[in-house]
Design a protein around this ligand. Structure first.
Ligand code: SF4
Ligand code: SF4
Length: 274
């Protein structure tokens, strides 16, 4: 699965569809019915970024990452958690009864404990639907195309092409479990601000803004919109220079030591128009 975070609107259709598919429904031998409350096999992590006057919100869909090096498989006894040849990790709903240690093994905290059944449970990529040549339910209902699903072995599939582009990343690479859910546009840091022409006290539209990463010297360019606003998103932490240039005005450079999302406030450009 490939998840494009920039396309997710936080509508919760996937969340609701997953509950509809699994609440009170058994799919032997892959999953037992999910309880009505307390389990979210796909969930949304809401991430608020920045501060007034520049606040952004991202919704990050999370579900079992189907790890190639899965600690849940290692933690299970009697082969109760196994990886299928197609890469999907399954918790056997009979063999896993009573094996609470499986819940604690997942570094992403994406396994849930069913108290009534004494059973660990999680997303199965809707394997029962795949057998009917359907996509997982969350993928089917996502109205914005944020969730993409396919066969990575098929070089012509959409997911193969996206992963081959090298633009995807793991959600928590520090876990090092070789996850098979690939993410695009995971929120990072931004530098934003508003530019005004000081002599006329008006929003400065079309100002050329150049961001230079001081460690690499690599530049990024944008220009201000009709409100005089600009933004560079997807940045890593570190030291940057932001240069503002507009014909007839004195160029200005602001240095930024980026540790958290930054709005530079109002940047005044001064100098006589030609
Ligand atoms: S995300 Fe957690 S439950 Fe899923 S395969 Fe990896 S370790 Fe197991
Ligand atoms: S259905 Fe799609 S857009 Fe809606 S919350 Fe889920 S991933 Fe995001």
């Amino acid at each position: 699965m490939v998840i494009d975070v920039s396309r997710c609107t936080g509508c919760y259709c996937c969340f609701t569809a997953c509950k509809d598919e699994y609440w009170d429904n058994d799919y032997p031998p892959y999953s037992a019915a999910q309880p009505k409350h307390g389990q979210f096999w796909i969930d949304l992590v809401k991430k608020e970024r920045g501060a007034y006057p520049w606040v952004k919100v991202a919704y990050i869909p999370v579900l079992c990452m189907q790890c190639d090096d899965a600690p849940c498989v290692k933690a299970a006894k009697n082969g109760a958690v196994y990886k299928r040849p197609d890469g999907i990790v399954i918790i056997d709903p009979e063999k896993a009864v009573g094996q609470r240690q499986i819940v604690n093994a997942c570094p992403y905290h994406l396994i849930f404990w069913n108290e009534e059944k004494q059973l660990p449970q999680k997303c199965t990529f809707c394997v029962q639907r795949l057998e009917e040549r359907e996509t997982p339910k969350c993928v089917q209902v996502c109205p914005s195309g944020a969730l993409m699903f396919g066969d990575l072995e098929d070089p012509k599939s959409e997911v193969s092409k996206i992963v081959a582009s090298g633009k995807t990343e793991a959600l928590n690479p520090e876990h090092k479990n070789k996850p098979r859910v690939y993410y695009l546009s995971v929120p990072k840091l931004f530098i934003a601000g508003s530019v005004v022409y000081g002599d006329v006290d008006e929003c400065a539209e079309g100002v050329s803004v150049t961001l230079i990463d001081q460690s690499t010297g690599k530049p990024m360019e944008t220009s201000t919109n009709n409100f005089g606003d600009f933004e560079f998103d997807g940045l890593g932490g570190g030291k940057y220079s932001v240069k503002f240039e507009s014909k007839g005005y004195t160029a200005k450079t602001v240095d930024v030591d980026l540790k958290i999302d930054r709005h530079l406030g109002v940047v005044n450009l001064t100098g006589a128009k030609p």
